[in-house]
Design a protein around this ligand. Structure first.
Ligand code: GDP
Ligand code: GDP
Length: 464
């Protein structure tokens, strides 16, 4: 299996990296807009241009510019970008022209030799040749004029960047086909309707990502889950985009663990790369069905924990939370700490929270039970008649509000996807349905179908 490719944005301050980042990841950012605090300082995210998903790093955001000076900081960030990405987009500013910092970064890129696409930003309203002319001298190939602010040239730029990857990545990814589901004949007997549905459910292995910041106990938990022999597996060589997967079985259930950084030795590209890699974490989340977020009971919830939680939320993956190192706590502190963690992570309402000791193996079986449940919920198959019946019951109890002369009419619902389950509600004037009503439906459906451990998405589709 391949991870999604990682595109890093590099360039000196003010060339427009965060503007481009926001444009590339916008639709996803909107998903978490409700959870204030999480979207701030997002420098890693999933982008999608057409059918091609990829991960984006905005290197400008790793850390505030250190006292050591901007050049050093830029160098560090560029190194990190080179080490963690598959292709680098190097941004320069068409209006400001080349400056010494651009030369410095260009030099580093030429020396390290990653795949690079040169983007000349802020080129809106400029003649393309004129905008890019002077940047040829950076020696990094054809300059691509773009406007991050207006979007001009951005799709071409991404296609150019992704086409640099040797793997026929673009062909292997296809967006989920949008199947038009014909309106069911609700006069039919339910049993007849059920037959029209596809009822295959494959009980596949659970792809599990164990994520968390350094030292929360990920390796310890993995040791406990798998026994000692696994360690060797992590030292396998691999390219950045090969997911490292390790199969294990426990209580008769099959799992595949997806590696995150820090669980295996990294390549020797740059020593500066830390044990913990947000990008690897993000990739593992994307490649998994269920995420196990590990937290440390013996320290406060940090920004890094919150960021990781934010990625998980955006990804739509099923989730179980484990507060580790519970063994080392005084009994009188436990209740307070559990409440504190629950309060801080209340935006992860759908996830079960466990307290465990990875070291002593306490709570691990119960934890895996929740993983199994979350997986089952994420892959639930809901028939159109069942969904439609529940939809009608929900509407009967509470009508969607009237907007002007329109009263939204909800006619039927069908399932449009899994992991997370997606329920598509069909009807008329549904574009006027407020968010609060969508949430009402969501929480009701969640309860009725017992969907613990997975997000649930509800979309509306109006016929007119
Ligand atoms: P960063 O420091 O590289 O992340 O740069 P920012 O994304 O913060 O952008 C720096 C400034 O350039 C901001 O004032 C942006 O509004 C502006 N900017 C970014 N992209 C464009 C563009 O395509 N055209 C123009 N005219 N301005 C832009
Ligand atoms: P990772 O960086 O997330 O892989 O964390 P490690 O598994 O390397 O663990 C970091 C440290 O926490 C090590 O010293 C472990 O022995 C310790 N540790 C891990 N799990 C537990 C636990 O359940 N209880 C206690 N008391 N210590 C733990």
């Amino acid at each position: 299996m391949k991870f999604k490719p990682v595109v890093a944005l590099v360039g000196r301050p003010n060339v427009g990296k965060s503007t481009l980042f926001n444009r590339l990841t916008r639709s996803r950012a909107a998903l978490v807009a409700d959870y204030s605090g999480l979207t701030r300082d997002r420098h890693y995210g999933e982008g999608r241009v057409g059918d091609y998903p990829f991960l984006v790093i905005d290197t400008g955001g790793f850390e505030p510019v250190a006292k050591t000076g901007i050049l050093k900081e830029m160098a560090r960030q560029t190194e990190q970008a080179i080490a963690e990405s598959d292709v680098v987009i190097f941004l320069v500013d068409a209006r400001a022209g080349i400056n010494a910092h651009d030369h410095e970064i260009a030099h580093m890129l030429r020396r390290a030799g990653p795949k690079v696409v040169l983007a000349v930003n802020k080129a809106e309203g400029m003649n393309a040749g004129q905008a890019s002319a002077e940047f040829h001298e950076l020696g990094l190939g054809t300059p691509h004029p773009i406007s991050s602010a207006h979007g001009d040239g951005v799709v071409d730029l991404i296609e150019e960047a992704l086409s640099q990857l040797e793997n026929p990545y673009i062909q292997s990814v296809s967006a989920e086909p949008e199947t038009e589901v014909p309106e069911p004949d609700l006069e039919l007997e339910e049993s007849e309707l059920e037959e029209q549905e596809e009822t295959v459910f494959t009980d596949h292995r659970i792809k599990l990502a164990i994520v968390g910041r350094p030292n929360v106990g990920k390796s310890t938990l993995i040791n406990t889950l798998m026994g000692e022999e696994r360690v060797i597996a992590f030292d396998m060589p691999g390219t950045t985009r090969d997911a490292i997967e390790i199969d294990f079985e426990r209580n008769g259930k099959k799992y595949t663990l997806i590696d995150t950084a820090g669980l295996r030795k990294r390549g020797k590209v740059f020593e500066s790369v830390e044990k913990f890699s947000v990008i690897k974490t993000l990739q593992a989340i994307e490649a998994s069905n269920v995420v196990l977020l590990l937290l440390d009971a013996q320290s406060e919830i940090s920004d890094q924990d919150a960021h990781i939680a934010g990625f998980i939320l955006e990804s739509g993956r099923a989730l179980v939370v484990a507060i580790n190192k519970w063994d080392g706590l005084d009994a009188d502190k436990r209740e307070w700490i559990q409440r504190e963690f629950e309060r801080k992570l209340r935006f992860l309402t759908f996830a079960k929270m466990h307290t465990i000791s990875a070291l002593k193996g306490q709570g691990v079986n119960a934890l895996l039970k929740s993983v199994n449940e979350a997986h089952a919920a994420a892959f639930i198959k809901l028939s159109t008649p069942k969904l439609t019946r529940e939809l009608h019951a929900a509407v009967e109890q509470q009508q969607p509000p009237r907007k002007g002369i329109f009263r939204p009419k909800m006619r039927y619902a069908h399932q449009g996807g899994q992991n997370p389950p997606l329920i598509i509600v069909h009807g008329n004037a549904l574009d006027t349905v407020p968010e609060s009503y969508r949430r009402y439906l969501e929480s009701r459906m969640r309860k009725v179908f017992n969907l613990s451990g997975t997000p649930l998405r509800i979309e509306f589709k109006s016929s007119h």
